[in-house]
Design a binder for this molecule. Structure first.
Ligand code: NAD
Ligand code: DAU
Length: 348
């Protein structure tokens, strides 16, 4: 069985590739990634020589390349994670998100329809999406699979658009698909432009912790390895044409999460209690900032038997340990272009 995983050198993709390569020696895993600033083959150094693994460097926005790749390999299944993924970058450069997340997804759908569907009895296009497509919740309620789409950022609009294309290809061309919409992930290999790894890095370096607005925005956090386990479950047990929400019933207001992170970091670094909290700095809000996300993950739990295996305290502690043990990884990804991004983004 030939499975194409796109975006496998990124944060979530690398955990998915590792899980599939190690768990399924009979599957051949092809990892297609353009290695943008967010892609890093170092994330997969432990499995790079596995006999059931092939890395392909390539860009999903290049239609001819994608078509010839599918013609050559005729993949049985696709697990599509490649995307521009950072909301703040989507505000400064929306077209990069339209190109990769919308056009890139449609190129993959076209190639899959032409070169995979006619040649196998069983095929699946599994599209990885986000809870951000549902927009923002008030103080109560949860996103379910039937919540109407209402995206507010260029990132979430591009993901919503790609979800619609996948569904439309299902209706129009009978393309077998599944979509999952997951909440905020955290864990090892998370690029340090996102809240948790950025703040871990800044605490180590005793730099300000830039909290947007009043800090009372709520996110629902899931350990990345539990997301990878959920993707494995859905890939094997999910019903074609269905969508599943993935989340850990684990809501945190940003400021409470930041304070917890600060106190864990003080302990880990052997610094006096309260040191990291002094770095908290409230800054101008993100435009179009969604107030609250929270996932109802009942469907995947009841129908497919998935539930998270790691609680937040364990996951956060493991994440901090990983960053403190992998300072070279962090140094390498925060040099060069990242420094430029950081200065522009936070006016430093
Ligand atoms: P990431 O930014 O860490 O990784 C994205 C990967 O895609 C990188 O390896 C990058 O090189 C690759 N890529 C980008 N543009 C490409 C292109 N044009 N062609 C080929 N490869 C390209 O992202 P992530 O956080 O791992 O997210 C992966 C997927 O999961 C995305 O689709 C995202 O929307 C979705 N998602 C993320 C989260 C989260 O909390 N991070 C939550 C829900 C859903
Ligand atoms: O909900 C799933 C989504 O989660 C994914 O689809 C996205 O790819 C992923 O990036 C993430 O989006 P968020 O915007 O929620 O994540 P981020 O880490 O950027 O921000 C989390 C919260 O923290 C959000 O309310 C904004 C706030 N924040 C973020 C940064 C980077 C700050 O207060 N300060 C910061 O410097």
């Amino acid at each position: 069985m030939k499975i194409l995983i796109t975006g496998g050198a990124g944060f979530i993709g690398s955990h998915v590739v590792r899980l599939f390569v190690n768990s399924y020696p009979d599957y051949h895993i092809f990892n297609l990634d353009a290695l943008t600033y967010a892609g890093n083959l170092e994330n997969l150094s432990d499995i790079e020589h596995a006999s059931n693994y092939t890395f392909i460097k390539g860009d999903i926005t290049h239609a001819d390349f994608i078509d010839s790749l599918f013609e050559r390999y005729r993949f049985d299944h696709v697990i599509h994670l490649a995307a521009e993924s950072h909301v703040d970058r989507s505000i400064t450069d929306p077209m990069a998100f339209v190109n990769t997340n919308v056009f890139g997804t449609v190129h993959l759908l076209n190639a899959f329809k032409t070169h995979s569907m006619p040649f196998h009895d069983k095929v699946l296009f599994y599209h990885i999406s986000t809870d951000e497509v549902y927009g923002s919740l008030g103080e109560t309620g949860l996103f379910t699979e039937t919540t109407p789409y209402d995206p507010n950022s260029p990132y979430s609009a591009s993901k919503a658009s790609s979800d619609h294309f996948v569904r439309a290809y299902g209706e129009t061309y009978a393309l077998p698909y599944i979509i999952t919409n997951c909440s905020n992930n955290y864990g090892p290999n998370h690029f340090p432009e996102k809240l948790i790894p950025l703040f871990i890095n800044n605490i180590v370096q005793e730099k300000p912790l830039p909290v947007y607005g009043d800090g009372k925005y709520t996110r629902d956090w899931l350990y990345v390895i539990d997301h990878a386990r959920a993707i494995d479950t859905v890939f094997h047990k999910g019903v074609t044409g269905e969508t599943y929400n993935i989340g850990g019933f684990n809501e945190w207001q940003n400021i409470d999460l930041v304070k917890l992170l600060c106190s864990l970091m003080d302990q880990k670094l052997g610094r006096p209690k309260g040191s990291a909290q002094q770095l908290i700095t409230y800054i101008k809000d993100r435009p179009g900032h969604d107030r609250r996300y929270a996932i109802d993950a009942t469907k995947i739990n009841k129908q497919l038997g998935w539930s998270p295996s790691v609680n937040f305290e364990q996951g956060l502690a493991a994440t901090i340990d990983w960053y403190l043990d992998n300072t070279e990884w962090l140094d390498r990804v925060t040099s060069g272009a990242y420094q430029e991004y950081y200065s522009k983004m936070y006016n430093t």
